[in-house]
Design a protein around this ligand. Structure first.
Ligand SMILES: *[C@@H]1O[C@H](CO)[C@@H](O)[C@H](O)[C@H]1NC(C)=O
Ligand SMILES: *[C@@H]1O[C@H](CO)[C@@H](O)[C@H](O)[C@H]1NC(C)=O
Ligand SMILES: *[C@@H]1O[C@H](CO)[C@@H](O)[C@H](O)[C@H]1NC(C)=O
Ligand SMILES: *[C@@H]1O[C@H](CO)[C@@H](O)[C@H](O)[C@H]1NC(C)=O
Ligand SMILES: *[C@@H]1O[C@H](CO)[C@@H](O)[C@H](O)[C@H]1NC(C)=O
Length: 459
C-alpha cells in the first residue's frame, strides 16, 4: 500500500511536469562560468525527476573555442565512462549529473554540452531528451597594476603631452580604467587610448588635467585592482586676472577713493606656479613700475585727477602674462570724515579753479579773434607758420612747446585774390613778397598768454 502510494505521488509529479507549461527535467543554474585558473569549477545541474523511476543515459562534451569537440563523459544510471585524457581532471558523480572540473587551465575554456536522455519506468518507450550548453572562460586573476607617467615631472600646459601606462604582472583579458581624483575619466578629444586602455596619451595637456591619477585593472575574475596614486602637475596661467579693493567705490574699471585715504589693491590670477605681480603707474605720462607683489598701497590727495594703474601678472614657467588696467579717481565720496579732510584742502583747490576759469576766458577771446580774422573776405596768412619767413621778420623763434616764449611781434600778411591755400609754401611766399599790393598787419603778443591755450591755438 505504502509503495503504491509513493508511486502515485511520483507519477503525479511526472505527469505534472510532463503537462506543465515550462516543464523541464533538468535545470542549470549558471549558463556562463568565469573560472579561475588552477581552481575547480562545478558545472552544476539540478535534476527534477525521481531518479528511482527513470533510466538515464547521457554525455558531457566539450567544444573548444577553436571548434574541436571532445566527448568527456558518457554515463548511464549505473556506469560512467570518462575519456582517459580527462580522467584525472573530471569528476562525474551520480546521482546528479553535474560535472566537476578539478583544476582549470586555459585549455578548459569553451562550451560544455550536456545531452541527457530520460526514460520513465511506467512509460516504456517514451524517451525525453534534454540538452544544455554551459559556457566556460578561464582567467588568471589580475595583480595590482603599476602606473607610470611620462614625462615624470611637471609639464607646461599646451606645450607637452603626457603618456600614462598601466601594467599588470599577472592577469588575463585585463580591462583598464583611468581615474582622476577618484572620478573615471570621461571621453575627450585630447585623450588617446590604446585598444585595451592600458595606455592613455593626453595631447596636449591642459590645466584641467591636473590632478591625482590612478588606474584600475579588472577582468572576469577580479574586480577593480587599483594602482597607487600619481600626481600630474600642470603649469598654467595666468588666468582670470582681477584687481580688487575693499576700499573705495568701484564702477567697472574705475575706483573712486576719498582724498588722502589709504587704499589697498589686490591683484589675483589663477596660475601654477603662482604668478609674480608688478604694478605699473601710467599717471606721469610715462609708464613706471611702482611696486612688486600682489598688493598695492595707494594714498592720493590730488583731487579730481584720474590716475591709470596696471597690474601685470607673469608666470615664470609658462612665460605667459596678463594685465589688468584700472583708473583711480580721487573724489569726495561724501562720508563725514572725508568731507572734513576735503575742506581742510579747500585752500589748494580754489587757486586751481581760478586758473581754469582764467584759461577758459583767454581761450574764448582768442577763438573769437581768430574766427573774425578767418571770416575776412581776403585770405589771411599767418607768417608765423612759415619758419624761413618768420626768421626774416621775427627776432624770436619758437618750437611752440612752451607758449610763454611766443611773445613778440607777429605779422599777418593779407594777399588779395591770388592765394589758393592759406598754407603756402616758402617758395610761393617768396614770390609773393614782390607783389606790391600786399597788406600787412603787425600784432604784438604780450607775455601773459597762458601755456595751454596758446599751444592749442597755434597747433
Ligand atoms: C551534485 O553532486 C555534487 C557531488 O557530486 C554536489 O557537490 C552538488 O551539490 C550536486 N549538485 C546538485 C545541483 O545537486
Ligand atoms: C504509468 O503511466 C500510465 C500513463 O501513461 C498510468 O496510467 C499508470 O498509472 C502509470 N503507472 C504507475 C504504476 O504509476
Ligand atoms: C604631442 O602630440 C602631438 C600629436 O598628438 C604632436 O604633434 C606633438 O609634437 C607632441 N608634442 C610633444 C611635445 O611631444
Ligand atoms: C622666477 O624665476 C626666477 C629664476 O628663473 C626665480 O628666481 C624666481 O623666484 C621665480 N619667481 C617665481 C615667482 O616663481
Ligand atoms: C608726454 O608725452 C608726450 C607724447 O606722448 C611727449 O611729447 C611729452 O614730452 C611728454 N611729457 C613729459 C613731461 O614727459
Amino acid at each position: 500500500m505504502e509503495a503504491t502510494g509513493r508511486t502515485v505521488l511520483y507519477v503525479c509529479s511526472v505527469l505534472g511536469i510532463l503537462t506543465g507549461v515550462n516543464s523541464e527535467f533538468i535545470h542549470v543554474p549558471t549558463l556562463r562560468h568565469h573560472g579561475i585558473e588552477g581552481k575547480s569549477l562545478l558545472l552544476s545541474v539540478e535534476t527534477r525527476f525521481p531518479l528511482d523511476e527513470v533510466e538515464i543515459q547521457g554525455t558531457w562534451s566539450h567544444t573548444r573555442p577553436s571548434g574541436t569537440r571532445t566527448t568527456l563523459v558518457t554515463f548511464t544510471k549505473d556506469a560512467t565512462i570518462t575519456d582517459m585524457m580527462y580522467r584525472n581532471n573530471l569528476l562525474f558523480r551520480e546521482p546528479n549529473v553535474s560535472l566537476l572540473i578539478q583544476k582549470l587551465n586555459q585549455d578548459d575554456e569553451g562550451d560544455y554540452h550536456l545531452s541527457l536522455n530520460i526514460e520513465f519506468h511506467n512509460k516504456t518507450g517514451l524517451v525525453i531528451k534534454e540538452e544544455r550548453t554551459v559556457h566556460v572562460t578561464v582567467d588568471v586573476p589580475v595583480s595590482t597594476p603599476v602606473i607610470d607617467k611620462n614625462p615624470s615631472n611637471a609639464v607646461v600646459e599646451d606645450k607637452a603631452n603626457v603618456t600614462w601606462t598601466c601594467s599588470v604582472e599577472r592577469g588575463t583579458r585585463v580591462v583598464f580604467q583611468w581615474l582622476r581624483d577618484n572620478v573615471a575619466l570621461g571621453p575627450s578629444e585630447r585623450y588617446y587610448y590604446s585598444q585595451d586602455k592600458s595606455t592613455l596619451l593626453i595631447s596636449p595637456v591642459r590645466k584641467e588635467d591636473k590632478g591625482t591619477y590612478c588606474c584600475v585593472a579588472s577582468n572576469a575574475v577580479s574586480w577593480g585592482q587599483h594602482s597607487r596614486l600619481v600626481e600630474l602637475n600642470v603649469y598654467y596661467g595666468p588666468y582670470n586676472l582681477e584687481v580688487n579693493s575693499d576700499h573705495g567705490l568701484r564702477t567697472g574699471e574705475v575706483f573712486t577713493i576719498n582724498p588722502g585715504e589709504l587704499v589697498y589693491f589686490e591683484c589675483q590670477a589663477d596660475s601654477n606656479p603662482p604668478n609674480s605681480y608688478i604694478w605699473i603707474s601710467k599717471s606721469r605720462n610715462s609708464t613706471q613700475v611702482i611696486n612688486e607683489g600682489p598688493r598695492l598701497e595707494v594714498r592720493s590727495y590730488r583731487l579730481a585727477q584720474a590716475e591709470e594703474y596696471m597690474c601685470r601678472a607673469f608666470n615664470n614657467v609658462t612665460q605667459k602674462q596678463d594685465e589688468a588696467q584700472f583708473t583711480l579717481l580721487v573724489a569726495s565720496l561724501g562720508t563725514g570724515k572725508e568731507r572734513e579732510k576735503q575742506t581742510a584742502e579747500g585752500s589748494s583747490v580754489s587757486p586751481l579753479a581760478a586758473i581754469i576759469v582764467c584759461c577758459l576766458f583767454v581761450i574764448g577771446s582768442m577763438l573769437l579773434f581768430f574766427l573774425r580774422r578767418s571770416c575776412h573776405p581776403k585770405r589771411v596768412l599767418m607768417s608765423i607758420y612759415n619758419r624761413p619767413l618768420s626768421e626774416q621778420k621775427r627776432p624770436h623763434r619758437s618750437g611752440h612747446m612752451d607758449a610763454t616764449e611766443d611773445f613778440g611781434i607777429y605779422e599777418f600778411v593779407s594777399i588779395p585774390g591770388k592765394m589758393e591755400s592759406a598754407q603756402a609754401s616758402c617758395r610761393s611766399l617768396a614770390r609773393l613778397e614782390s607783389v606790391q599790393d600786399m597788406h600787412t598787419t603787425i600784432y604784438d603778443v604780450i607775455r601773459h598768454v597762458p601755456e595751454t591755450p596758446s599751444h592749442s591755438l597755434l597747433k
